[in-house]
Design a protein. Structure first.
Length: 126
């Protein structure tokens, strides 16, 4: 009888772990990093990055792709911010450090004027 309970508990733990890994969305620290990045871009970005906010799954936000297994951000696209009527801005590349599995970052046709002073960007590679 006791073995049945142990088996049932093990099964419950396995099923709940699978459910959470498939359904819970992006990691909290990466969601916060993406929101910090959004806030570093001068307004107006709300109409373009409207999906970037709240407590939702950042893997479902426009311009973001996540690893389906780890739920970490692997692709980030911020193309064409100059078309958003955004003023020239300085990129704070340290905001990307929380995105541990980021493989590609698209920043084409931006109004990026340069990097913020004293903000490390040595971890970024080409």
């Amino acid at each position: 009888m006791e073995e049945k309970w142990v088996g049932a508990i093990v099964l419950l733990v396995l099923v709940s772990g699978w459910y959470c890994s498939c359904c819970c969305g992006c990691l909290e620290e990466e969601r916060i990093a993406v929101l910090n990045l959004k806030h570093s871009i001068p307004p107006p970005t709300d109409h373009v990055l409207a999906s970037w906010g709240g407590h939702g799954d950042c893997c479902k936000w426009v311009g973001i792709e996540c690893n389906i297994t780890t739920k970490r951000v692997i692709h980030l696209s911020l193309n064409f911010t100059d078309g958003w009527n955004v003023k020239s801005w300085y990129l704070n590349s340290s905001l990307f450090s929380a995105l541990e599995e980021l493989k590609s970052l698209f920043l084409r046709d931006n109004s990026i004027f340069g990097f913020m002073k004293n903000e490390g960007h040595s971890f970024l590679s080409t």
